[in-house]
Design a protein around this ligand. Sequence first.
Ligand code: GCV
Length: 716
Amino acid sequence: MTGASPRSTHAPHPAWLPDDAFAAIGRRRVVVAGDGALAGTVAEEVAAATARFGGAFSRLEVGDGVADAELVLTLAPPLDEPIETIRIAAGSTPSAGSTDEGPATRHDDADESFRFTREAGSVVVQAPTDIGLLRGLFHLVRLGEAAFEGPDADETHAPATDLRMLDHWDNVDAHPTMGQVERGYSGGSIFYDNGFVRADLSRVERYARLLAAVGINRVAINNVNVNEHEARLLTDDLGDVVRIAAVFRRWGIRVHLSVSFASPIALGGLTTSDPLDRDVAHWWVRAAARVWDAIPDFGGFVVKADSEGQPGPFAYGRTHADGANMLAAAVEPHEGLIHWRAFVYDHRQDWRDRTTDRARAAYDHFHPLDGAFSGNVIVQVKYGPLDFQVREPVSPVLAAMPQTRIALELQVTQEYSGQQRHAVYLGPQWSQILGFRFWEAAGRDGGSPTVADLATGRGKAAEDPGTGTWRKPAGGFAAVSNVGDDEFWTGHPFAQANLYAYGRLCWDPTLDPGALLDEWVSLTFPGEADAVGQAVHAVLDRSWETYEQYTAPLGVGFMVRPGHHYGPDVDGYEYTPWGTYHFADRDGIGVDRTVRTGTGYAGQYPSPWRETYESLSTCPDELLLFFHHVPYTHVLHSGKTVIQHIYDTHFEGVARVERMIGAWSAVSTLVDPRFSERVAERFAEQLRSATEWRDQLNTYFFRKSGIADERGRSIY
Ligand code: GCV
């Protein structure tokens, strides 16, 4: 099923891996030691770098010396052994299950740790597996010259979780309304071209290398909305998945597929997909066996069931646990995973019925099932209860399933944050979510788990703050990719920073988003990092907040144009079945989600947040309208009324965009002109769109409330 693959005319931008990012390694005498496919990848990278920058490269054989090497990358016994025994890699340990040829066997969640030591400017990176060695290589690339400078060092690095995944919402057939990539803002798909898997997967190879450099280790390659053609990737078109998996494998990335719960009917000719039906279960067992036979290191299946029209177990009166566990049993012999999404709600709601609350849905469906899921099921939970809005409270489901493996789902593609036409850096939002503590007031750290702990099963998640007995298994991280076949990968060149930050935060959720921007800048713009870095910070540091300022206020969400979700339309979803309402009238605005008088959603949080959100006097301003319906004259903690806050933030948001554009124009000639041209084009649209948001929102609320802006600015 391969076909012709028209491409954008320019070679893809190198993003954070331009040749110059390898200069520090390439100038040195480097030895790579050890077997395994990924050690081969490391050796190729080093060989290319040393050839380019005048260094020397050798591949160590058993017994060879490393006397004059300035950098040694070597496989070595496990890191807890004393360093003296592993200094020289002659007795190196091949990584479990990988061979120089690559594919054959599985390497389940191989140890990705590595040790970095520096002595008098010479560096040794040692890792127990070849994938750890690859991680170590990219650690050095990030450090550049700094890797070889400074005092002696001895550090061990390991990821916070083994599960660091990107989900592609790419369709094999371009969908009539959603296109080739659902919610894709970066051109076509790197995998598919209108009905075919691309014959030339070289762009996928480059992508895999970029992902490996930030530590992503799993990729789901098709949309969670699985249409007819896409469903066949599981069976008839499996050969195409084999090809894609082979490309990712060289970079230590395992492939997953989104599957349709109705596959036994659609592909197997059965009359049912009831999870408790024996024939259905057998069908899945056989399907899974064929997949793992073809791809021994295959990761597993992602499932969107009983959500937005996708089939699921409800049709047979079964639960999500029944559905997920049946699939889990089919993949279990292969040590496969089921990522079962918790994004389940009634998308055919009656807008007149104010008791139904979409925000409640995921918790109501999944909390009662805690403990019912098999050990290889991961319940994948969007960060907020609605849908990737620019501001939502953190989903209470993340705290409500202590006996279940939970993955936190983020959205790198900017569906509700400017669609890669607006410069919006999401690192600060993700960092805030990852650091949120359900059992403690904002800003406190009395030892309760953060969201990152809950997803990684580490640190403070090991204990239940309530009972002290919680042993939380890990589910890791997943996010929707923002990449397409666009020259810059991500439409807006600055959106590369989001993909970069996501990967790095998966590896270490405590990393500072500002420092991650520095990393991205120094890799992407070597040579110009100082001036460009200052401008990038001026543009991106507060860009999430800026976007929030000129769009929907105070956590109320949506107000976007229905369907494509771009640009303002305050009432666009107000009288629709989608369950996302703001209830603005002449007196006030917001959704009453309190326990006392509203939908009761606030009660899904543990203390202290249930009380914090319940009370008007303690609810944080930025989420006020998510939890409360208030008059426009309600006074915020900031001292402003709601209506004046709306006016002020919308004017300020546009002014900030103007300042962003000014900051970038000072350095735009220092970078590749194509990069600058694209940024300029996107800035023009961001300013136009922000102005449109400002004028529509301000005018809407002025007309509704009849209250004038106290500063008398232009409202229409
Ligand atoms: C893939 C939102 C998006 C849909 C997406 C859905 C999901 O509703 O608008 O395009 O569908 O989320 O996460 O499944």
